[in-house]
Structure formats: structure tokens, C-alpha cells
Design a protein around this ligand. Structure first.
Ligand code: GAL
Length: 378
């Protein structure tokens, strides 16, 4: 769980923005709810230009006190620092990449006190094949050789069935799709590169087996609170749609990496991002990605088995009108128990014991998120 600079700022980042974000994570209560990593995306580097001609270093105008200052700052506050590079000689935005200098760069990142690396191969010519797997593996090994505990995001934009090889190549999470856009549902966008929230959910269906402790399907950074004003393509979504997006990323066990301006959040957004009951579904130690267990047109039910025997359930209404939805204990969740206690994780309320099934009205573009506790006989 953390924040990444790309969705809101693009490459226009600097020390002040990063420090203000860290303050906001603490002051809003997000840190206490589990948000930990503050990640610099592309644009922290000194030079826009190829590694053939340049050394990798930070931009001293954007980061006058350097990256290790930021890392120390985060660590003193119980946070962690992430950084960005790629196996190309240039990164995706044209800055100096790591191409061929993995060992040096891993050591540099470790010496700065970095805790996470997003390693982005979008920039690698050819974009596929064994080559790209080896390039990620090389960086993974270089990171391990530093002796520092650094999480590796193998960012390959969902190409080349990355979920099949990223874990083995040393990745701890991997994007399953191209970039998210700041839209809940914009049919046709996906075909022109960008995935809206519903596209991204569809992309993850069927990939459940690849995600679990140690390595996770990454549904891309959250667009909650961007409101069409970030650096991404898209017109924004309603606060309720953003909440649905957050709930679904949580139950799908995606890394939760928020990408908006945290210094400008209203109460509803803070409530969305600090719902520890929903976050607990995401962080559950069993680490199972919810599967889609029922689909009736626009009405979809997702379920995620939890470590204590409970189930996390999402009743997702993708349609344009409010709808009656239900989940059946045996048919949808495979439970033996006839009865179960149902808790609504947004209302923070137990709804009592339901026998056989639970039904409720779900508003358009909203998701009712439940924790279901089977009742054992006696
Ligand atoms: C893209 C990536 C984005 C961002 C950008 C930086 O390939 O999908 O998330 O990291 O590169 O240039």
C-alpha cells in the first residue's frame, strides 16, 4: 500500500511535492490505516536522454537534498520510499534508464535507502520474449545482491502474459494491463490503449491463480480523487464510483497504490481510503484474489476466501440503474453452512444472520462489500 507520483503529476515531481504528500498520508490517518510506500515514478532523474551518453543520477533542481534525504525522511516517519527505472537505455518518458547498468543502479538505490523499485520495460524495444524476462531477472538479482530489502515491481504493462513469468523472474507485483485512465466506464477506450476501471477488473478475471503471497497481480494505480485533473487521460469519476474502484482493488488483492493529490482530499475520500475493514480484505494473510462467482449481465458477484474461514464478497452493479442483487452461500461461495452472519463493510454494520442467501439493492456503479461468516452447526 502506498502512493505513486505518476497519475497526478506525471514527470513534474520535486522534493516539496513528495514531502507534502508524506505529510498528508500521516495527517489524514492513511499511514495508520496501512499506507506506507511513497513512490517516485519517472522524472526524478537528472537527464532526459539515453544511458549510452549519461550516468544515472537525481535531478538536483527537483531534489536539492538528494534521494537519501527523502528516504531518511520517510523512514523517520514510519514510511518507505520507492523509485522508478527501466531496462531500456531510456525510460518511458525519455529519462536515463538502467539498460546494462543494473548492478550499479541497484547499489545506488540501496545506498540511498530505497525500499521499492518500479522497473518498467515498456521502453524496451521489442517489448517481449525471453529477453524481457532476463532483463527483469537481472535487476532482481542485482537488488538481492545489495542485501537491502527492496520490493520489485515488474512493470510490463500486462504484455507477454507477464503474470506467468514475473514471479519467477523475481517480481513481487506486476501490472496486468496497460495504463489505467481516470474513468469508471468509457467503452472503447481500452482498444486505444487505456483501461478504465471496469476494463481493468475484466482483465483480472481468470488470473486469480497467479496472485498470492510473495507476488501479486497489480491492477495499476488507483485513480481515486483524481477528478479528471491529474496527468492521466480521462474525465474523472464520481466519489461513489471511486469508492467502488477502491473496494474492487481491495477484494482483488491488488497492490493499493493511490495516485492522486493527497493534499486535496475531502472527507468522503479520506473515509474511502481509510476504511480498515475493506483494507483488511486486501491485506488478508491467505492472499487470495477474489474470483467472479456469478455474472448476470451487468450484475457481478466476486468472492474471496479469507484466512479465518470468512468470505469477502462484492456485489458489483456495473449497470445504469439500481438493481436487486444476491449471493447464495452454497451455489456462489461453496459454503457448507446453511446460515451466515453478514456484515456490511461500508455501513460498518452487522446485518444479522441470513439463511441460504443474502439479497440487497445495489445502486448503479456501486459495490456492496460484505464479510460473510459461516455459522457452524451447534
Ligand atoms: C508507463 C507506465 C506508467 C508510468 C510511465 C512513466 O509505461 O505504465 O505507469 O510509469 O510509464 O514514464
Amino acid at each position: 500500500m502506498g502512493w505513486n507520483s505518476w497519475n497526478v503529476y506525471g514527470d513534474d515531481i520535486d522534493e516539496e511535492k513528495i514531502l507534502r504528500t508524506a505529510d498528508a498520508i500521516i495527517d489524514s490517518g492513511m499511514r495508520d490505516a496501512g499506507w506506507e510506500y511513497v513512490m517516485l515514478d519517472d522524472g526524478w532523474q537528472k537527464i532526459r536522454g539515453s544511458r549510452f551518453l549519461n550516468e544515472l543520477d537525481y535531478d538536483p533542481e527537483k531534489f536539492p537534498r538528494g534521494i537519501s534525504y527523502l528516504a531518511d525522511h520517510m523512514h523517520e516517519r514510519g514510511l518507505k520510499l520507492g523509485i522508478y527505472s527501466g531496462p531500456g537505455v531510456e525510460t518511458c518518458a525519455g529519462y536515463t534508464g538502467s539498460g546494462g547498468h543494473e548492478r550499479e543502479d541497484a547499489e545506488l538505490f540501496a545506498s540511498w535507502g530505497v525500499d521499492h523499485l518500479k522497473y518498467d520495460s515498456c521502453c524496451w524495444p521489442g517489448k517481449g520474449g525471453q529477453d524481457v524476462i532476463e532483463l527483469h531477472r537481472t535487476m532482481s538479482e542485482a537488488l538481492k545482491a545489495t542485501g537491502r530489502d527492496i520490493v520489485l515491481h515488474v512493470c510490463h504493462c500486462g504484455w507477454d502474459d507477464v503474470w506467468e513469468w514475473a514471479r519467477e523472474a523475481g517480481g513481487h507485483h506486476w501490472r496486468i494491463g496497460q495504463d489505467i485512465c481516470d474513468d469508471f466506464d468509457l467503452p472503447g477506450h481500452r482498444e486505444s490503449y487505456y483501461f478504465d476501471v471496469l476494463d481493468m477488473i475484466d482483465r483480472g478475471v481468470g488470473l486469480e491463480e497467479y496472485s498470492g503471497p510473495g507476488g501479486w497481480n497489480d491492477f495499476d494505480m488507483l485513480v481515486v480523487n483524481l477528478n479528471g485533473e491529474g496527468a492521466l487521460v480521462g474525465d474523472g469519476a464520481t466519489p461513489e464510483e471511486y469508492r467502488t474502484h477502491f473496494s474492487m482493488w481491495a477484494i482483488l488483492s491488488s497492490p493499493l497504490i493511490i495516485g492522486s493529490d493527497l493534499t486535496r482530499m475531502d472527507g468522503y475520500t479520506i473515509e474511502t481510503l481509510t476504511n480498515t475493514e475493506v483494507i483488511a480484505l486486501n491485506q488478508d494473510p491467505l492472499g487470495r484474489q477474489a474470483a467472479r462467482v456469478r455474472k448476470d449481465g451487468d450484475l457481478e458477484v466476486f468472492a474471496k476466501p479469507l484466512a479465518n474461514g470468512d468470505q469477502g464478497v462484492a456485489l458489483l452493479n456495473r449497470g445504469p440503474t439500481d438493481a436487486e442483487m444476491e449471493v447464495a452461500w452454497q451455489e456462489d461461495l461453496g459454503l457448507d453452512a446453511a446460515a451466515a452472519v453478514v456484515r456490511d463493510l461500508w455501513a460498518h454494520r452487522d446485518l444479522g444472520v441470513s439463511t441460504g442467501r443474502f439479497a440487497t439493492t445495489v445502486r448503479s456503479h456501486e459495490a456492496t462489500i460484505l464479510r460473510v461468516t459461516p455459522q457452524t452447526s451447534g
